[in-house]
Design a binder for this molecule. Structure first.
Ligand code: CA
Length: 410
């Protein structure tokens, strides 16, 4: 540890992390960086001239979202990171001497949407998840023939992505009961979560241009935890022929802090072997997988939480560089502030499945919670908590929690 706040190396928000978020301060939205139980208020820190020597435009830190700062590019993000680490290691720095002014309490802070999200894309990149879901519908042929050649995805809806802590109302829609002749209208009876990670883009490409796997990480600001809430019964009736729609677009939840690619770099690992070898534009020269431990718990109202899934981002078959290269290979332009979610991250064994659909095997195998109640899908007033963290050689980088409660349908 090398900081005068004495934040331990194994704290979620250690000096090795320094994730970005936006919090409410006196009626305004301020950009901040988390360190231990504090937030460095970058709005005030920058406006006092502490970043006047930097090569990027520090006035971007006075905005109410991260978009303008993200648009400065990866070298700017790294430069600020190095400056803050240096200030945190120096008891005579302006950050240390102005700590009463620059540091705010993280625990009591109200976090708000850190970015203005332009477009949102959801991939389907876990082979375990795709195989599990496929098995329920096509036992003999679970993985479709294109799956190992294409990072499959769809365009989702950005307007309904919300900050952790925002309740989600159980959606109503068309449902086709088993053995019925016609659909009925009503609240979803098969409410589900999907455990995902999402990345945020920080530099776009012009329409008609592409982003290679080698350049992909220059276009990625960082990552957060992502819950892609799903109404399985609405989804099942609507998804043929054009894919996910109202079973998905009523809400998705993000964790408040965006962990930068520089903070994730030490946790890089080799991803699963890809066989058959993907087409040339999907080849990677280096590793783009990360060892991010994931955990989901379900908490009934006024009761304790039960852990229902332990998974890891490293299980993903397609990595984020391949996802971004594939997304743009046809000339599609991405912009700063686009969000791309990984798809449900399931591991190989039971216990590592990232949705209730898989955990209860389509409702056939209920699970028992600590309070003795059972679940096949999410019930009203259940809260889903998702956590993610990296840890290696005693150094920890945490994402914080992505939580949301399901409210009864109105
Ligand atoms: Ca999904």
């Amino acid at each position: 540890m090398n900081n005068w706040l004495n934040v331990a190396d194994d704290h979620d928000f250690s000096e090795h992390n320094l994730p970005f978020g936006v919090f409410r301060s006196g009626g305004e939205s301020h950009i901040g960086v988390a360190i231990g139980d504090h937030i460095i208020d970058l709005n005030i820190y920058a406006s006092d001239g502490n970043l006047s020597e930097t090569s990027f435009d520090a006035s971007t830190l006075g905005e109410g979202t991260l978009n303008a700062f993200m648009d400065c590019g990866r070298p700017a993000h790294k430069e600020l990171r190095i400056k803050l680490q240096s200030d945190l290691g120096n008891e005579n720095s302006s950050l240390a001497s102005g700590r009463d002014k620059y540091l705010v309490d993280r625990i009591g802070a109200e976090m708000v949407m850190p970015i203005e999200i332009g477009d949102y894309t959801d991939f389907y990149s876990s082979i375990e998840h795709a195989t599990n879901v496929g098995k329920m519908f096509r036992p003999d042929n679970p993985l479709l023939p294109n799956w190992k050649h294409i990072p499959v995805g769809y365009h989702g809806r950005a307007s309904s992505i919300v900050m952790s802590g925002t309740p989600i109302r159980r959606p109503k829609g068309q449902l086709m009961p088993p053995d019925a002749d016609a659909p009925v209208f009503g609240p979803s009876k098969r409410m589900d979560f999907e455990l995902e990670m999402a990345f945020v883009t920080c530099k776009g490409n012009a329409l008609g241009d592409t982003i290679s796997t080698a350049d992909a990480e220059d276009h990625i600001f960082g990552m957060m935890v992502f819950n892609d809430w799903s109404a399985r019964d609405i989804q099942k009736w609507e998804y043929v022929p054009l894919g996910p729609f109202l079973g998905k677009n009523f809400g998705s939840t993000i964790s408040p802090w965006i962990v930068t690619m520089d903070a994730l770099d030490p946790f890089r690992v080799t991803g699963p072997k890809q066989d058959p070898k993907p087409l040339e534009y999907l080849h990677c020269e280096k590793d783009h997988s990360f060892d991010i431990k994931l955990q989901v718990s379900l908490q009934p109202k006024d009761s304790e939480s039960t852990i229902i899934c332990r998974s890891n981002y490293k299980y993903m078959y397609w990595n984020l560089a391949q996802q971004l290269a594939h997304h743009t290979v046809n000339g599609c332009n991405v912009r700063t502030g686009d969000v791309m979610a990984s798809g449900t991250i399931s591991g190989p064994q039971k216990g590592s499945f990232g949705s209730m659909l898989e955990i209860s095997w389509s409702g056939k195998e209920p699970i028992t919670l600590k309070d003795g109640s059972t679940r096949t899908f999410i019930e009203d007033n259940d809260t889903i908590h998702m956590n993610a963290w990296c840890q290696k050689d005693g150094k920890r980088v945490g994402f914080g929690t992505c939580s949301g409660e399901i409210l009864p349908s109105n």
